[in-house]
Design a protein. Structure first.
Length: 254
């Protein structure tokens, strides 16, 4: 994974924020009486949600590096910075600092941002499947943009399904069907959060798809800066490898 000084500093700050949040949440869970709602105190389920999200966030931060080494791909530093900042805004600011409740449409804005990131990832999938460093010129820009749009929408839907399942199994509030004090929303109000997530995810994906289409159609090069690329061995390395294999075969023959 291609890293820069800025990405290292930002990832370190986000990592420490999540780790300290985990420690804080564990202490609060121990101190807050189970099943007892204290005025001015968050419900125990909220602390459990924070613990799950922060722990998952720490693991996910290592995921790009693991994937990069495992599949020999190169993730641009600016794409990684966007990814890490999204985790910071979604988990630390959103859950730990209660931005989801304090700032209107915070969750929807994050879904719009993630939709754009997933759209950019869709363009990368095209290049990786075609074993190319750039979007293949024989593919129509309109087709590539449409694929990226549908790819982002699909992942957005899968995420909402994940939130729904986890809420049901662990009694959490990832879909924000309840207020900060635990009061559950009813009717259209209970549906509005999920529907706003879908809508803003679609807007973000559409924005990135249109930008990518213009970049490909008129050769602007915008989308190339966000593409995840396959790391290719140098020709000299390939030659040396072939020589080594040939030597081994000759040795076995003799």
């Amino acid at each position: 994974m291609r890293s820069s000084k800025a990405s290292k500093i930002i990832s370190t700050i986000v990592f420490l924020s999540l780790v300290f949040s985990i420690i804080y949440v564990i202490i609060r869970i121990i101190m807050v009486p189970g099943g007892v709602q204290i005025e001015g105190e968050r419900p125990e389920s909220e602390y459990v949600l924070m613990l799950v999200q922060c722990t998952l966030g720490v693991f996910i931060m290592f995921l790009p590096g693991i994937i990069s080494r495992r599949f020999s791909i190169q993730i641009p530093s600016n794409m990684y910075i966007m990814f890490v900042l999204f985790l910071y805004c979604a988990i630390y600011l959103g859950e730990v600092q209660s931005f989801y409740y304090q700032i209107e449409h915070w969750d929807a804005l994050l879904h719009g941002f993630s939709g754009a990131m997933l759209g950019a990832l869709g363009f990368s999938v095209i290049t990786l499947f075609n074993k190319s460093e750039r979007v293949p010129i024989y593919l129509s820009p309109a087709f590539v943009a449409l694929f990226s749009f549908c790819f982002a929408i699909m992942l957005g839907v899968l995420w909402e399904i994940y939130e729904y399942v986890v809420d049901g199994l662990l009694g959490l509030n990832m879909q924000k069907f309840a207020l900060a004090d635990g009061k559950q929303l009813v009717g259209r109000d209970a549906l509005s959060n999920t529907m706003k997530d879908f809508i803003f995810n679609t807007i973000g994906a559409l924005f990135m798809s249109i930008a990518g289409y213009i970049s490909l159609k008129y050769e602007k090069g915008w989308i190339d800066k966000l593409l995840i690329k396959k790391i290719r061995l140098k020709s000299s390395t390939k030659t040396e490898t072939k020589v080594e294999v040939k030597t081994k075969i000759e040795a076995k023959t003799h």
